[in-house]
Ligand binder design. Structure first.
Ligand SMILES: Cc1cc2nc3c(=O)[nH]c(=O)nc-3n(C[C@H](O)[C@H](O)[C@H](O)COP(=O)(O)O)c2cc1C
Length: 316
């Protein structure tokens, strides 16, 4: 973190830095740097991550498949940054990618004069330290429609982001997509833990499977001939039933340009904090959407004009 004297006191710096550190990020990597120049707070993409290549991504060599998730992660930090500065009693004005000469500069949040924080800012800010990923089944209690409406409204305050509530008859489409991507990944030994982490969101009891049927045609990346204890692919209709018992939101924007992905991150964090404020829990998933054409397939099944970038589960 870089701080210029003048605008920010030590206490201000502490509040702002804590809010940013508590933002959710892909693999908890916190892929940003916080700078506090005079009259503004800046969030830079941490370039140390940009050379990471996902070994099981099945894309062109050198493709940085985690990049969309890093932009979304930076967006969640921008949302917390705005809330922290407003709770300090200042107006904010946020510009995304403000300086073409500094392409890694994701956002500049300018502090513009004194203002009383709104009750909504105060509530969302208070939720920051209570938010965490709930990668487990929720209680079998439906989330009231009004509550979901407030959560969606908190997210869509960010312009250009669409948040779609998955309808009951759409649960099979999401279940199909999850099993489709799991099927592609399951025989890659690098991914067994991760596979568990996404199918187990809905089926925490999981199921174990021993794979001994490696062959070159099944898996280009795996160790042919070796047995592997892994998570079994869940039964699609049981998974659809589990999804149907929960509330699921799909986040998308017009394009996958960095600026749109940062906005999706901002909307994600605001919606997540609104859920926490309503005494709900949530978890997010993007990994299954990044495998092959899975996101496009889901969009086609749901008649969405663009592919979803992030899935959020919400429940008690
Ligand atoms: C862009 C993004 C993508 C994420 N994708 C996944 C995912 O696919 N599966 C998962 O279990 N968690 C995912 N997470 C959640 C992070 O792993 C989690 O926020 C982080 O480890 C910090 O933990 P916490 O949310 O409990 O604070 C994602 C988070 C972000 C911001």
């Amino acid at each position: 973190m870089t701080i210029e004297s003048g605008t920010w006191s030590v206490e201000d710096t502490d509040i702002i830095a804590r809010a940013v550190i508590e933002a959710p990020s892909v693999h908890d990597a916190q892929p940003w740097n916080l700078l506090l120049p005079a009259h503004a707070a800046e969030l830079e993409e941490r370039s140390a991550f940009s050379t990471f290549v996902d070994p099981g991504a099945f894309t062109d060599p050198g493709t940085d498949t985690l990049r969309p998730d890093r932009f979304i992660s930076c967006g969640t930090a921008v949302a917390n940054l705005e809330l922290a500065i407003r709770v300090l009693g200042r107006n904010t004005h946020t510009v995304l990618f403000p300086d073409p000469d500094r392409p890694s500069l994701i956002a500049r949040v300018e502090s513009r004069g004194a203002s009383v924080p709104t009750s909504s800012d105060l509530r969302l800010y208070a939720a920051i330290s209570h938010r965490h990923s709930h990668r487990d089944a929720f209680a079998d209690i439906p989330v009231p429609a009004e509550c979901l409406g407030d959560i969606v409204a908190a997210g869509t305050r960010v312009p250009g982001v669409d948040i779609r509530l998955l309808a009951s008859d759409e649960a099979p489409a999401l279940a199909d997509m999850l099993t489709y991507s799991a099927e592609i990944r399951r025989r890659n030994p690098h991914y067994q833990r991760e596979l568990f982490s996404w199918t187990s969101h809905w089926q925490p009891q999981g199921n174990t499977e021993i794979v001994t049927t490696w062959s070159a045609t099944l898996d280009d990346h795996g160790a042919a001939g070796k047995a592997l204890i892994t998570t079994g692919i869940p039964d699609t209709s049981a998974l659809a039933d589990a999804i149907d018992r929960e509330s699921v939101l799909l986040f998308s924007a017009e394009s996958d340009d960095p600026v749109e992905l940062v906005r999706i991150g901002m909307a994600t964090e605001r919606a997540w904090l609104a859920a926490v404020d309503a005494r709900l829990s949530a978890s997010v998933l993007t990994h299954p959407l990044r495998i092959g054409d899975s996101a496009q397939r889901l969009a086609a099944r749901l008649g969405m004009p663009v592919a979803p970038q992030l899935i959020m589960r919400i429940g008690y």
